[in-house]
Design a protein around this ligand. Structure first.
Ligand code: NAD
Length: 310
C-alpha cells in the first residue's frame, strides 16, 4: 500500500516512523512545504528502514508524487504552544487545510482514497476537509478521541491493576476541551465497570472519576509543558487506524467523521466500525442524561467553530 503524509513536523515524522513500523506500506511519500525538513526526515527514516521493513521512503516537492496513494495523512499546520488551546489554532490551520485538500484531491483516486486528519482543532478540520474533498464522509477520518481514549484506558488500567488491553471505554465528542468520558458503557474484559470494581474490591468514587477526567483532559497540556509538543501517542493512534483500514479489520474506534448522529452534519468522535472503506457504521453507546447533554454541548461547540471559519 502507498501512503502519503503531508506535514513532516514533529507529529508527521513520528507518524511516518509508526506507519513504517506496521510493515503495511511498500511506499511512504513525505511532503512538507519545508522541503529541507521533509528530505531530512526521509533520509533518517530510510536508514531506520534498513533495520526493519523494506519500504521505499521519499520526500517530494510536488503533489504529483502522491498519485496512487490509498491513504493520505494530513499532519501539517500550527501546533499548540504552552498556554494555547486547540481552538486557538482554528484560523491558522483552516488556511492550511484549505491549501492542502484541493492539491491532494487533484492527485488521488476519489473512488478509493482515505484521508486521515491529524491537524487540530481536529473535528473542524475534518469538516472542512470533507466539504472541500467532496469524498464520502466515511473516508475523511479524524483520529478524533482515539488518543484521548488511549489516555483514559491507560489511567484506568493502572488504577485497576489490569492490562490496558482489557479496558474498553471511550472518550467521545470533541477532540478538545469539551470531550466527555462515557463512564456508562465502560467495561473491563466484558464486565461492566461497577461490577468489576465490586468483584475486585476496587472503588471508583465520584472524586476519583473527577481526578481521572482531569488527567485525561489535561494530558496534552502537561506533555506540551514538559516536552514542547506531543507526538508518540498520536503516532500510535494513526498507525493503529492505518492498520485497521489496510487489513479491513472492522474494529470499533472512536474516530471523527461528519455525520448527523448528535447534531446536523458535525464531525465528532463516536464509536465507529472502521474497515478498508473507512468508517462503515456508527454506534451510539449507552449514555446517561449528563453524558448525553455533554455530547450535545460538544457538538454545538464544534459547529460554532466551523461556522466561524466556513
Ligand atoms: P510542527 O510545527 O512540528 O510541524 C508542522 C509542519 O507542517 C511543519 O513542518 C510545516 O512546515 C508544515 N506545514 C504547515 N503548513 C503546511 C502546508 N500548507 N503544506 C505543507 N506543510 C505545511 O507541528 P506538529 O507538532 O507536528 O503538529 C502538527 C499538527 O498536529 C498540529 O495541528 C497539532 O496540533 C496536531 N496534533 C494533533 C494531535 C491529535 O491528537 N489529533 C496530536 C498532536 C498534534
Amino acid at each position: 500500500m502507498k501512503i502519503s503524509i503531508i506535514g513532516i513536523g514533529t507529529v508527521g515524522a513520528a507518524v511516518a516512523t509508526a506507519v513504517k513500523n506496521t510493515g503495511l506500506a511498500h511506499e511512504i511519500v513525505l511532503f512538507d512545504r519545508n522541503g529541507v525538513r521533509a528530505r531530512a526526515a526521509a533520509e533518517d527514516l530510510g536508514h531506520a528502514a534498513a533495520f526493519s521493513y523494506d519500504v521505499k521512503i521519499t520526500a517530494v516537492n510536488n503533489y504529483r508524487a502522491i498519485r496512487g496513494s490509498e491513504i493520505v495523512i494530513i499532519a501539517a499546520g500550527a501546533n499548540q504552544k504552552v498556554g494555547e488551546t486547540r481552538t486557538d489554532l482554528l484560523h491558522a490551520n483552516t488556511d492550511v487545510i484549505n491549501d492542502i485538500i484541493p492539491r491532494v484531491m487533484a492527485n488521488v483516486d476519489p473512488k478509493n482514497v482515505k484521508i486521515i486528519i491529524v491537524t487540530n482543532p481536529l473535528d473542524v478540520m475534518v469538516m472542512i476537509a470533507q466539504k472541500l474533498s467532496k469524498l464520502p464522509a466515511g473516508r475523511v477520518i479524524g483520529t478524533g478521541t482515539m488518543l484521548d481514549s488511549a489516555r483514559l484506558r491507560t489511567i484506568l488500567a493502572r488504577q485497576l491493576s489490569v492490562s490496558t488491553q482489557s479496558v474498553y471505554t471511550y472518550v467521545l465528542g470533541e477532540h478538545g476541551d469539551s470531550s466527555m468520558i462515557n463512564w456508562s458503557s465502560a467495561c473491563i474484559g466484558g464486565i461492566d465497570l461497577n461490577t468489576f470494581c465490586r468483584q475486585t474490591k476496587n472503588t471508583l468514587p465520584a472524586t476519583t472519576r473527577k481526578t481521572i477526567e482531569h488527567r485525561v483532559h489535561n494530558a496534552a497540556y502537561e506533555i506540551i509543558q514538559g516536552r514542547g509538543a506531543t507526538w508518540d501517542g498520536i503516532a500510535g493512534a494513526v498507525a493503529d487506524l492505518v492498520k485497521c483500514i489496510a487489513n479491513d479489520e472492522h474494529r470499533i474506534l472512536s474516530v471523527s467523521v461528519v455525520d448527523g448522529s448528535v447534531d446536523k452534519a458535525v464531525a465528532m468522535s463516536l464509536p465507529r466500525i472502521v474497515g478498508n472503506n473507512g468508517v462503515v457504521a456508527t454506534l451510539m453507546p449507552k449514555l446517561d442524561a449528563t453524558e448525553s447533554a455533554a455530547l450535545r454541548r460538544s457538538a454545538k461547540i464544534i459547529r460554532k467553530n466551523f461556522d466561524s471559519v466556513k
